[in-house]
Ligand binder design. Structure first.
Ligand SMILES: *[C@@H]1O[C@H](CO)[C@@H](O)[C@H](O)[C@H]1NC(C)=O
Ligand SMILES: *[C@@H]1O[C@H](CO)[C@@H](O)[C@H](O)[C@H]1NC(C)=O
Ligand SMILES: *[C@@H]1O[C@H](CO)[C@@H](O)[C@H](O)[C@H]1NC(C)=O
Ligand SMILES: *[C@@H]1O[C@H](CO)[C@@H](O)[C@H](O)[C@H]1NC(C)=O
Length: 511
């Protein structure tokens, strides 16, 4: 990490006035975690690839379960550079985000005491401390990430043709907006089996919008209850469920969010998402399209943290990402973080074969790349679609200790149709709600806006996403092909001209 940081609280400075006022601070709490939708992996319009297995949902889902337990270590840098590792109970820190600032404060205080009594500090130490004291003070997370807290209030309201039950069943954690990162996503209830492996690695808030038209509503409610009761304690702690449906496909009855939150499911029964026949779902029978971007926007806008990872539920992040990311932002770990351009933080994406567990760190990932049990996402379906700038160099660069920026990419040149998945904020443009998952290219128009607004795409060095096990292969789907063609016309004739009015144009940018 880094050695020596300044403790900026005035009272401490006073109390330490005899000694050099240098202290310390604990910096960093790393959480060791363990250990996607159909909707991500769509090639851009015009590419030959198309996949139906994703549409069918259950076709490729060998369970992705996590491995071992978790532990949290807090690392404290002292001025002499020695590090003390303190093991905390994972539940004490990572889980109770709200109280993590107080446990951080306790760590800092412990360090201060240690320092004050350490009269053996050598000249070298003092010189170092002096040097540190002359530098700009370190910011706290709260200072580095300026934001306003947002309560997760229940609200029923309309959004275009849709009714949305915002924060219908909220998480029990109440982190400050600077204290965590929210994974925001969308799904129908048949995908909720992903929550457990996802939380096993993420261990931070998840905001999920569930599409539940007509007869799909009751099993959705059962699935929420079942996940909260039977899929481990992290679900009720971290997951906020929003539910939405078209006003043309109303459910018959909507229980209160309180009741759904308090009801318990019978865990001896099979999960509501197990062995669902997609053909018999209300959405399929009525030939409804999946309004992917309504879900994406509902989930993202409802997040209570400043930073959000808008992702697809079958993409599992590398463990410890939220804490490492915030620490990188706090200490502006790379000059790219100080550039004036708007920015998002891009994750490289991979997939593993059915027999393999997603890697838990970059070192393991590189080994799996060598053996071929892991490949870049969509290599077989549409290599190029999810290609990340400097991907080859990234794959060859050794893992380093903390998280930083590997490369600053732009959505131009051979990446002009790039649909990156990234950590950003709610200041970034939203997704166009007229686009459906079936029609593809659902993130293209947002990508265009980012390009025109001159976004920097900061590619993270040691963090990544891995799709739930099972490598996608191409399957022809005539129905989707016609929808794709219609979508391309909509994008070209209607949406692109709108975006040009809204955002202007920029050389090198294309939808
Ligand atoms: C501490 O810094 C001051 C000002 O930069 C310098 O004059 C002084 O010599 C330094 N002391 C030590 C012990 O390095
Ligand atoms: C839970 O489900 C099992 C299996 O269907 C059943 O035998 C049991 O009686 C149920 N328990 C309760 C409390 O309903
Ligand atoms: C789901 O189907 C599989 C294979 O058809 C079967 O082995 C499994 O027991 C079923 N699970 C449930 C919960 O019905
Ligand atoms: C990376 O993951 C592998 C496999 O899970 C593990 O054996 C190794 O200790 C990990 N390395 C680090 C640096 O955490």
């Amino acid at each position: 990490m880094f050695s020596g940081a300044i403790c900026r609280r005035a009272n401490w400075l006073l109390r330490l006035s005899i000694v050099l006022n240098v202290c310390v601070v604990l910096l960093f709490v790393g959480t060791h975690f363990r250990s996607s939708g159909p909707w991500v992996e769509e090639p851009p319009a015009g590419w030959a690839g198309s996949t139906q297995d994703a549409l069918l949902g259950t076709a490729m889902r060998p369970g992705a379960t996590g491995t071992s337990g978790s532990s949290v270590t807090a690392e404290t840098s002292k001025t002499d550079g020695a590090r003390t590792k303190t093991s905390l109970s994972s539940l004490a820190t990572s889980s109770s985000l709200a109280s993590s600032s107080s446990s951080l404060a306790a760590q800092v205080e412990a360090n201060r005491t240690k320092l004050a009594s350490a009269e053996t500090a050598s000249e070298v130490d003092r010189a170092k401390a002096n040097q540190t004291a002359n530098q700009k003070p370190e910011l706290t997370l709260q200072e580095a990430i300026e934001c306003n807290d947002k309560p997760l209030n229940r609200k029923t309201s309309q959004r275009g043709d849709y009714w949305v039950l915002y924060n219908y069943v909220p998480m029990s954690e109440k982190p400050h907006c600077w204290e965590s990162v929210t994974y925001t996503t969308h799904a129908d209830y048949t995908f909720l089996d992903n929550l457990e492996p996802l939380l096993d690695r993420w261990r931070a808030p998840i905001s999920i919008a569930l599409h539940a038209p007509g007869g799909d509503f009751p099993p959705t409610i059962e699935a929420i209850k079942y996940a909260r009761t039977c899929a481990g304690p992290l679900v009720s702690r971290y997951v906020t469920f929003h539910v939405y449906f078209s006003s043309k496909h109303m459910p018959k009855y909507i229980p209160s969010g309180d009741r759904v939150s308090n009801d318990r499911a019978n865990c001896s029964k099979p999960a509501p998402w197990a062995n669902v026949s997609v053909a018999s779902m209300y959405k399929t029978e009525r030939k409804l399209l999946y309004p992917v971007n309504v879900g994406r926007n509902v989930a993202r806008e409802s997040a209570s943290t400043r930073y959000v990872l808008a992702s697809d539920i079958e993409l599992y992040p590398s463990p410890e990402l939220p804490a490492n990311f915030l620490e990188m932002v706090r200490r502006k770990a790379h000059p790219a973080l100080s550039r004036p351009n708007p920015k998002v933080f891009v994750l490289s994406i991979f997939e593993v074969d059915e027999k393999s567990q997603p890697p838990r760190n970059k070192t393991a990932l590189m080994q799996m790349l060598k053996t071929g049990s892991l490949i870049p996402f969509h290599k077989k379906l549409c290599s190029g679609c999810h290609n990340v700038p400097r991907a080859k160099e990234w794959q060859e660069a050794k893992e380093t200790r903390s998280l930083s920026v590997f490369h600053i990419g732009k959505r131009t040149g051979s990446f002009v149709h790039w649909e990156p998945i990234y950590i950003g904020t709610n200041d970034d443009p939203l997704y166009d709600e007229r686009l459906s998952w079936e029609g593809k290219s659902d993130k293209m128009t947002q990508g265009y806006a980012l390009c025109v607004l001159n976004y920097d795409f900061l590619i993270l060095d040691n963090a990544f996403l891995v799709h739930r096990p099972g490598i996608k292969v191409y399957k022809k789907d005539a129905y989707r092909d016609t929808l794709t063609a219609k979508t391309n016309v909509l994008i070209k004739k209607i949406i692109t001209p709108e975006l040009k009015v809204l955002y202007g144009t920029k050389k090198g940018c294309a939808v």
